[in-house]
Design a protein around this ligand. Structure first.
Ligand code: FAD
Ligand code: NAG
Ligand code: NAG
Length: 509
């Protein structure tokens, strides 16, 4: 999707990013360093946590990363024919500065850009189709929605401007013990309100029309989060930012960032499933007791256990996502927090599209739309349909028109039936289905979000997904948790949960 936006702030914040500096060299060394740290999960969150933990605790500590599935987690590819394609997390925003910094550090380029074109399908026909000409799109949108469209970009931009503050805070070493405190530091009460109301309520409150929300906003939340405009306003804004220009992906597949971070963090990957965590204590030199943690895990060679000073959980503690049990904790830590993850089935099909399914009279050989979004109407069994490009774009690649057999990706909340596939495709020769428990099922107003700190030295990264689930959110959370773990270990409370950072750091620029 390319709904172009003005991005002066890109330059502005990239400048800020370069000049930000970390003023932590004077950490008091009164306590001994941790000897062993465990990270559970090798998705983008866990591998980024390993990377930042290494940065905080130095070269000596041993870092073990447990992974029961595949490195990358929800960043995954599948091979169809000669090429690989993304099935999970696909696009990255140009202002996702941590992800940008990672690929520079690891030395992988961005995937070559192939221009795309968007249309909106209401279950019967295409109600909007982007033209090759920006000015034509612009006039069509103004015609239908007045300035709603321009105002939407400004609305997202004002939220993104506040969001960007987190990079400066983290650069200076500040951390937060809860998702609410992190959001509050970025955008004050307005961010908490945003997280606690639906996107629809938030936008109606700001004067957007119901028609604009139904026709334009709902298709965007459906493609990005498989859900309606009743998701929370914060994740809604993240979703809308996904229509900015300059979205990118990692050459060779986004999951390459995870293996690259593992390598750079010099941590050890343990291919095993952690089944339980128990709290133990030992006496300290000063006479108090110090907690540490025993992890029980099951790998190929059977079950085993190890002891750790610090543990970071980098997988959702929700039904269907993990089943870790906790013992010896008071208050107890639940295996599953309340709230469910939403199913999005990613079906990749190599075949020839039936363009009549989209109710268009255009010839397939002329049909070059690559992103088909859908409105929230009963006739729509799918959330989106996109023409996929491989994770590595070969030289001279041109996206074929719909008359050619090629790879399409369908997002739906239920698996597609053979009958549905036969309606959508004139013919197909291979199908790959990945049923993801993809992101939280957002139902604001929100009960209390799980904390980042589950116990003294036990941290939970994926709490952040209840604000918004995205690669960069997991990475921001990873850095926050690494900073928290460091400051709490060294009892540096002046770097945790500070108020008014925005005003206080203003003079530092
Ligand atoms: C279909 C889809 C599309 C998406 N699109 C985008 C997008 O375009 N842009 C974007 O930014 N985000 C997107 N997202 C969201 C993004 O992919 C996720 O927010 C992000 O990848 C989460 O990373 P994570 O490391 O926090 O969690 P995960 O990737 O889920 O990693 C957790 C890991 O922990 C492992 N694990 C679980 N339990 C245990 C255990 N007991 N022991 C050991 N290991 C365990 C799992 O196997 C998994 O590998 C999308 C997600 C999906 C599913
Ligand atoms: C293509 O889609 C149209 C509209 O849904 C349908 O009537 C037709 O039967 C489909 N074609 C094939 C070959 O299935
Ligand atoms: C969200 O709203 C609920 C119910 O209205 C309230 O209990 C909760 O404290 C609110 N949370 C935040 C973060 O404002």
């Amino acid at each position: 999707m390319t709904l172009r936006t003005f991005s002066l702030r890109t330059l502005l914040f990239l400048g800020l990013w370069q000049s930000g500096k970390r003023s932590l060299a004077s950490a008091p060394e009164q306590l001994e360093q941790p000897k062993k740290i465990a990270v559970i999960g090798a998705g983008i969150g866990g591998t980024a946590a390993a990377y930042y933990l290494r940065e905080e605790f130095g070269p000596v500590v041993k870092i073990d990363v447990f992974e029961s599935g595949t490195v990358g987690g929800r960043l995954a590819t599948v091979k169809m024919g000669d090429y690989e394609y993304e099935t999970g997390g696909a696009v990255i925003h140009p202002l996702n500065l941590h992800m940008k910094q990672f690929i520079e550090k690891i030395g992988i380029p961005q995937r070559k850009d192939v221009p795309s074109k968007m249309a909106i399908f209401d279950g019967k026909e295409l109600v909007f189709e982007e033209s090759d000409w920006f000015i034509v799109n612009f006039i069509r949108m103004i015609w239908r929605y007045g300035l709603g469209f321009v105002r939407m970009q400004m609305w997202v931009e004002s939220i993104l401007d506040k969001f960007m503050r987190i990079y400066q805070y983290q650069q200076y070493g500040y951390s937060f013990s809860t998702v609410e405190k992190l959001l509050h530091a970025m955008g004050g009460d307005s961010f908490l309100t945003l997280m606690n109301q639906t996107l629809e309520e938030a936008m109606m409150g700001d004067g957007f029309s119901q028609a604009f929300i139904n026709d334009i906003i709902a298709p965007i939340t459906r493609v990005n989060y498989g859900q309606s405009v009743r998701i929370n306003g914060f994740v809604g804004a993240v979703s809308l930012a996904g229509t900015d220009s300059g979205l990118w992906a990692v050459d060779g597949g986004n999951k390459k960032v995870c293996s690259g971070l593992l390598y750079h963090s010099k941590s050890d990957l343990i291919p095993a499933k952690v089944s339980s965590i128990s709290m133990k204590t030992r006496p300290s030199k000063r006479g108090s007791t110090i907690p540490y943690y025993e992890l029980n895990y099951v790998g190929e060679s059977g079950s085993a256990h190890s002891l750790y000073d610090i543990v970071v959980i980098a997988t959702p503690l929700h039904q269907g996502k993990s089943d870790i049990t906790f013992s010896g904790f008071s208050p107890p830590i639940p295996t599953h927090y309340p709230g469910l993850y939403h199913q999005t089935v990613a079906t990749l099909v190599h075949g020839t599209l039936n363009v009549s399914y989209l109710g268009t009279a255009e010839a397939a050989s002329e049909f070059t739309v690559s992103e088909i979004l859908t409105t929230d109407s009963k006739g729509c069994a799918i959330n989106s349909l996109s023409s996929l490009d491989p994770v590595h774009i070969p030289d001279g690649y041109e996206r074929p028109p719909a008359s050619h057999p090629k790879v399409w990706k369908v997002f739906s909340s239920e698996p597609l039936t053979p009958k549905q596939l036969q309606q959508m495709f004139l013919s197909y020769d291979s199908v790959s289905e990945t049923p993801w428990l993809a992101y939280p099922s957002y139902r604001p107003p929100h009960r209390k979000t799980p904390p980042f700190v589950l116990h003294n030295r036990l941290y939970y990264l994926n709490a952040v997904e209840w604000a918004a689930s995205a690669m960069e959110m997991s990475v921001i959370s990873a850095r926050n948790v690494a900073l928290l773990a460091h400051h709490r270990w060294h009892e540096q409370t002046d770097k945790i949960d500070q108020e008014d950072l925005h005003m206080r750091l203003r003079g530092e620029l």
